[in-house]
Structure formats: C-alpha cells, structure tokens
Design a protein around this ligand. Structure first.
Ligand code: SAH
Length: 388
C-alpha cells in the first residue's frame, strides 16, 4: 500500500469511527448507564453488562449470552472487554511470577504476582499480592531504577490498570488478595486514572478488593499526597524514601529537589492526622550511598513521630547501572539501629531477584529488543559517573 492510500485509509476509518472503542473495565455504572440511555436501551441491560464484565469476567462481548444479539452487535461498536495480551510470563507457580503485558499501542508494562507474603503493608498476612504498573515508563528518573531509564511514554488508563488484575486472575484462575502500585510508573503523577481504577477495583459491582488491601507507593509527590489524604477509600500509602537527608535523597531521587524532605513530611503529617492507616517507608539499601548508621538514625527520627513502619530492601542490581547492595552484615546493622531506636522495621530479602523483578527491567529488555526504544544504558552510565 502506498503512503498516500494508507493515509486515506486511516482518515476514512476515523470518519466512520470517531471514538475508539472504550474498555468496559474502565467504566463506572453511571458512565455505562449514560451510554445505555444514549443507545435507547433500558437500565437493567447496563447492569447485566456490568455483571458480565466483572462478575462473570466475559472475555468478549459476543459471549454475553443473556443480551439480545442486536444489542451485542451495537455494544461491540462502542466497547471492548480487553485491550491487552500477555506477551510473556516468567517464574512459576509458588514463586514470584512476572507478566509482561502488551498494550493496544504495542507498548509494554509489567505486573508481578508475589505469592504468600508476610504482612508487608500492615493488615493480615498477604496471600497473593499483585504489583501493578501505573504508567509506561516514568518521568521521575530515580538514579537506581530501571523504569525511568527510557523516560516517560504515557499514563495508563484506569481500564489498563484494572485489566492487569483481570488478566492475571484469568491466567492463574485465582483471585488476587492484595494490590500494590509498585510496578512501573509514578501512580500519583497519574492521579485521576489511578484513583478511578482503585474505585473500580474496590467496588462491589467491580473487582471487590478491600481498600485496606491496596497500597499506593510514591516517590514523594507532596501536593498529591495531601490530595490523596481526602480520598474517601481507606487505602494504604507507602513512601519510597531511600534517603533520610536531603543530601542523600537529592543525589539519587531528582524529585527531592522539587519536593524536599521538609515539604514531603509536612504532607505526611497531614496524611497521618487525617487517616488511621499507618504509613510505610520503603528504603532500598544501596552500598555507600544510603547504608550508613547515620542514615539509619536520621531515618528513625523521621519515622518515629509518624509511627511509620520501615521496609528495608537490599538493592536489586540493574544491568548497566553501577549500584550494588551492601553486605548482609551491613544490612543487619542498619536494621538493628532502627529497631534500637524504637522503629518498627523489617528487612525484606526480596523475591524475584533472578527474574529481573526490579520494576521496569523486563519491559526495558523487551522494548529494546523490538527496537521500540534505544538501549538507554550507555548514555545513562555517563550521567551517573559524572553525578555520583
Ligand atoms: N514511583 C513509585 C512507584 C514505583 S514503586 C515509587 O517510587 O514508589 C517501585 C519500588 O521499587 C520503589 O520503592 C522503587 O524505589 C523500588 N525500586 C526501583 N528500582 C529498584 C531496584 N533496582 N532494587 C530495589 N528496589 C527498586
């Protein structure tokens, strides 16, 4: 097909279908009711469609057998039930499993299923925790993280966030009990889609995961933390702290120059006053960067007034990045200093190191292999060498 005729083909298609079909997984009952009113269909049909979508998990509109054929055809012009496919699964049952999902625009995100985890974010012991992505890539450029290596591409829609759970449940045949927004992306930079997805995931008509079983993790977007403090669902909040002083945090997390610790902790105090849930601080231990006992003591001073719990995570090495994890003795000493200072803390010898489970690594490999993005590693090496 010549370029010209291909362009014409596209414009014809655009004229006949002005709106791309919307995913039913990202739609709320009032939105669906409005669409049904517009189509001249009774409201009970919308309720049936919701039930097919979330309770019966219909994989396609044609399978919604209690709806008249003509309605199914009309619905199929406006809606779809799936927008992504599983491109690859790494790991096995009973271990950490990583799903590489191909989006409708050919990009990839990752979702990681972690079985039988002891209560990491409060609450009862977690049985099956899913770690979901909120964006393709990430704009925050944390120096140790694979997700930001190729920069930011786009936000995920609420439907794409919800579909990660639906795809994994469909593949494994089991329900997910806990969700953490700790995959690729900065969830609070995609606030409206993430909170809409949480509402759908929590709703009884939707996926039905308890709000207390969902944790949003942020690199420290102070204004959005204040906003989230008024979000009605009682979700949990984790902060990727990774540095207990501005000096250390500035070096590894550029977001700290925009929202330094003073501003971040002012927002966390607001959260702490308004919400009952305890906060969690994530702290990856990186050798000779943030693993000193002075850092541990400074961290204890930050955590104590907020009654925050600290999760220590030995750094997962990322191909092409120079950082390493400290020795186990050093990790234990850091933990000991926190506990001695009266802070609730755990050291998580992480699962999934062997399958490139640190966020963003698998997608980076896939997109680089397909030539969607250039390998970001060499350029980054220079920056790090100069900055560190
Ligand atoms: N942007 C959000 C959500 C991503 S969460 C946030 O920063 O919280 C992903 C978690 O994995 C974060 O705590 C991040 O700092 C951590 N992480 C990233 N790269 C890692 C690595 N190589 N090893 C261990 N943890 C890593």
């Amino acid at each position: 097909m010549s370029l010209k005729s291909r362009a014409e083909g596209v414009s014809t298609r655009l004229v006949s279908h002005p709106q791309p079909p919307a995913s039913l997984l990202g739609i709320t009952p009032p939105e669906l009711a409005a669409a049904f009113t517009e189509m001249g269909e009774p409201a009970f049909r919308a309720r049936q469609v919701l039930e097919w979508t979330f309770q019966k998990r219909a994989a396609g509109i044609e399978g919604m057998s209690s709806l008249p054929k003509a309605l199914r055809a009309a619905l199929a012009e406006r809606f779809v039930t799936r927008t992504m496919s599983i491109a690859r699964v790494t790991g096995s049952k009973d271990t950490t499993r990583k799903f590489l999902l191909r989006l409708s625009d050919g990009r990839y995100v990752e979702t990681v299923l972690i079985p039988a985890n002891p209560a990491l974010y409060g609450g009862k012991s977690d049985r099956r925790t899913l770690c979901v992505s909120s964006q393709v890539g990430c704009a925050y450029d944390c120096k140790f993280c694979a997700s930001g290596l190729a920069g930011f591409t786009r936000n995920l829609t609420a439907a794409e966030i919800v579909e990660q759970i639906v795809q994994v449940e469909q593949h494994t045949g089991e329900r997910v009990d806990n969700l953490v927004f700790m995959g690729m992306g900065e969830p609070l930079a995609n606030y409206s889609h993430v909170t809409k997805a949480i509402e759908i995931l929590n709703a009884e008509w939707g996926v039905g995961i308890g709000a207390r079983h969902m944790t949003v993790s942020t690199s420290g977007l102070a204004p959005q933390i204040r906003r989230l403090a008024d979000f009605p669902l009682q979700i949990r909040l984790a902060i990727s702290l990774h540095g207990a002083t501005d000096e250390v945090r500035d070096r590894i997390m550029p977001v700290n120059r925009k929202h330094p610790l003073g501003e971040l902790f002012a927002a966390l105090e607001v959260w702490h006053e308004k919400r009952k849930q305890h906060l969690t601080f994530e702290f990856i231990l990186i050798e000779n960067v943030n693993d000193s006992l002075e850092q541990a003591r400074a961290l204890a001073r930050l955590a104590r007034p907020l009654e925050a719990k600290v999760n220590l995570i030995p750094y997962n090495t990322v191909e092409g990045l120079p950082w390493t994890r400290p020795s186990e003795e050093c990790q234990d000493a850091f933990l000991g200093a926190l506990l001695k200072a009266g802070v609730k803390a755990t050291l998580r010898r992480e699962k999934g190191h062997d399958i490139a489970a640190a966020c963003g690594q698998l997608r980076l490999k896939q997109e680089t292999a397909e030539g969607i993005i250039e390998s970001p590693v060499p350029a980054r090496r220079v920056t790090i060498g100069a900055g560190a």
